[in-house]
Design a protein. Structure first.
Ligand code: UDP
Ligand code: MN
Length: 315
């Protein structure tokens, strides 16, 4: 019985018979049920009936071609967008993949991710943000640029930053955002024995709302080459008054496709020094100081392909 209903009953005149009171109660209860029925088209409920649960990722020896993946994903709109049929999606999620020269991994991921997200009945779009040229990789600038470009592209309520080589192994790990805190989705990775690498680990796959990203000023732009930009991101979450939340280790499981360190992304020992300065720099180094050159945006069948120039290595 609703609060309003019990308040009404308390105000009933004493002369009313018990039968009449019960009739009134039944009427209000029925009206409550009717009001709780979602309007048409029905909203997609939190738990999708299409979920398959735990499913170890077993990528085939060679990845399918983009044309083969396209054939299996007929319901996509150009640009790699999807909206669940028959119900109103509760979330609008942009997946942003930082990328350069990892085509085999991208093909594995797209083949895996499209059906995975469709089982979750989420309204989503996949963006591949590519760093142009052979210069030193800068994942922070690439992701900051990706965030700016996708939020310019459409009205997303959640942005998921997703390494190209991680395949989720349980579709109950929902690709949506928490309203208040940034979410770390890749908690348990096979490469690390399905255990959290360390408490402050905030890399791999993370989900943030546009508001959370603005609050923490996105990523630092100062990490050239491999290492520590994800530890910097962890610190920014705390410094801006938020905390990282995580789904259960039982559900947030991933397979990482094996790979060597990429050319142009060698470990940079200087990144440890940059990390010592997060507390001093985070307010002025990030989305609000971002500089990059936009080169192109192309709507492909399975994703929207954005290419940017991050500029020359600074440190
Ligand atoms: N990445 C890429 N090309 C590169 C370097 C990095 O596409 O040359 C992207 C890719 O999405 C990758 C992520 O950056 O998953 C993180 O790099 P890496 O996998 O080397 O880091 P790890 O977390 O495995 O140490
Ligand atoms: Mn990797």
């Amino acid at each position: 019985m609703t609060m309003a209903c019990s308040r009404r009953l308390r105000r009933l005149r004493p002369g009313l018979t018990l039968l009449a009171a019960l009739t009134v109660a039944a009427t209000f209860a029925l009206r409550g049920t009717l009001l709780a029925t979602p309007p048409s088209p029905a909203g997609c409920h939190a738990a999708s009936p299409l979920l398959a649960g735990p499913r170890p990722a077993r990528p085939p020896p060679s990845p399918p071609t983009l044309a083969e993946i396209e054939m299996r994903n007929g319901a996509l709109w150009s640009g790699g967008f999807y909206s669940p049929p028959g119900c109103q999606a509760r979330h609008r999620t942009a997946i942003v993949i930082p990328y350069r020269s990892r085509l085999a991994h991208l093909r594995y991921l797209l083949d895996h991710l499209h059906p995975f997200l469709q089982r979750q009945r989420i309204h989503y779009g996949i963006y591949v943000v590519e760093q142009w040229g052979q210069g030193t990789f800068n994942k922070g600038i690439l992701l900051n640029a990706g965030i700016v470009e996708v939020l310019r592209d459409a009205d997303w309520s959640c942005v998921i930053l997703h390494d190209v080589d991680l395949l989720a192994e349980d579709d109950r790990n929902t690709y949506t955002c928490d309203n208040y805190n940034p979410t770390h989705l890749s908690v348990a990775i096979d490469k690390f024995d399905y255990r959290l690498l360390y408490r402050e680990y905030f890399g791999g796959v993370v989900a943030l709302t546009p508001e959370q990203l603005r609050k923490m000023n996105g990523f630092s732009n100062q990490y050239w080459g491999w290492g520590r930009e994800d530890d910097d991101l962890w610190k920014r979450v705390g410094l801006s008054g938020m905390k990282v939340v995580r789904p259960s280790v039982k559900v947030a499981r991933y397979k990482m496709i094996k790979h060597e360190r990429d050319p142009g992304n060698e470990e940079n020992p200087h990144n440890f020094d940059v990390l010592k300065r997060t507390e001093l720099d985070w307010r002025s180094d990030g989305l609000n100081s971002l500089s990059y050159k936009f080169l192109s945006k192309e709507r492909k069948a399975l994703f929207t392909h954005i290419t940017i120039d991050v500029g020359e290595k600074q440190t």
